[in-house]
Write a protein that binds this ligand. Structure first.
Ligand code: MEV
Length: 319
């Protein structure tokens, strides 16, 4: 084993379209946010103490041996097994993140990805994106029972993806073809919402009325297929109405909120070509499609409508 040092980072993410329906086998499109990241640093720790976690952003510090069932402890143990570590290393893992938590931007999966990669670096191993993604998926399952796997995938691969869950892995993961760049503003409602809550509520509703929800998920899938075509053809103008339709379907699925709808309406009034919530919903963030003329008025409108912060991401064309 090399020196007990390692550092790794992982991006946040946004779902462009298809959230929730993706849990039920429909496709979705996700984009990495390379500019906002989670970091994990491994340094030598006190002899005999094993792994100590320090997460100043979460105001948490703990010894793995004292909290082995904590999801991040469990992730470290699974990763060590995967790395075939023969004994528990004495290390400190410091976790920091620029990604707002419980906001739909994938902070949990990004933190987990950074930890897996930093531990792999300590053991001089280079895990593939697929291996990292599988380890993080296990960890996501501890946080919320039935994740589709899209968050860990887009974050581990760090590229725009088309994702469709199959009943058995491997799931369908394809790099997305984007013919023309476009810009999204990300408005944060400031309302924190753990993904497992809306995901659990959608499951209850689907169980009570499967026909209605299957039909809604099929309509979401239709939007996502059309969005893929628009992106491949560089038809950014077609994307706006698709985002609006997806928001409408998410409202019917029951995962929107007054705060999200206030920001979506403000963005549209200020000229955004389309806007929708992104991620789990009930809080967290929304996205708005803007161009050079609308970017400033939309940003201002979002802040005036109560956004606690507005981020910008330019989605570049892919080869
Ligand atoms: C969360 O980013 C996306 C959801 O579809 C949940 C999931 O896919 O696991 C809401």
């Amino acid at each position: 084993m090399g020196p007990m040092k390692g550092h790794a980072s992982a991006p946040g993410k946004i779902i462009l379209c298809g959230e929730h329906a993706v849990v039920y086998g429909r496709p979705a499109i996700a984009l990495p946010l390379s500019g906002i990241r989670a970091h994990a640093s491994v340094t030598a720790g006190a002899a005999g103490l094993g792994i100590r976690f320090d997460a100043p952003d979460l105001r948490r510090r703990w010894l793995l041996s004292a909290a082995p069932n904590d999801p991040l402890s469990a992730l470290a143990l699974t990763t060590l097994r995967r790395l075939e570590a023969v004994e528990m290393p004495d290390i400190q893992i410091t976790v920091t993140s620029d990604i707002p938590i419980a906001s739909g931007l994938g902070s949990g999966a990004a933190i987990a990805t950074a930890i897996v990669r930093a531990l792999a670096a300590v053991f001089g191993r280079d895990l593939s994106a697929a291996e990292v993604s599988a380890l993080v998926y296990e960890s996501e399952q501890r946080y919320h029972g039935t994740p589709s796997g899209i968050d860990n995938t887009v974050i581990a691969y760090e590229q725009a993806i088309w994702f469709q869950r199959r009943s058995e892995p491997p799931h369908l993961i394809e790099p997305l073809s984007i013919a023309a760049p476009f810009t999204l503003l990300i408005g944060d409602t400031g309302v924190r919402s753990a993904t497992r809550l809306p995901v659990g509520e959608v499951r209850r509703r689907w169980q009570n009325d499967p026909a209605r929800y299957e039909a809604l998920f099929d309509q979401v899938a239709d939007v996502v297929h059309q969005a893929r075509r628009a992106l491949a053809e560089g038809d950014v103008a077609a994307l706006g109405p698709l985002l609006i339709r997806n928001q409408n379907l998410l409202e019917q699925i029951g995962v929107s909120s007054p705060e999200l709808e206030r920001l979506v309406a403000a963005a549209r009034r200020a000229g955004a070509a389309g806007a929708k919530l992104s991620g789990g919903g009930w809080g967290g963030v929304m996205i708005a499609l803007v161009d050079p003329e609308t970017i400033t008025p939309v940003r201002t409108a979002l802040l005036e409508a109560g956004a606690t912060q507005v981020l910008e991401t330019i989605v570049s064309a892919s080869a």
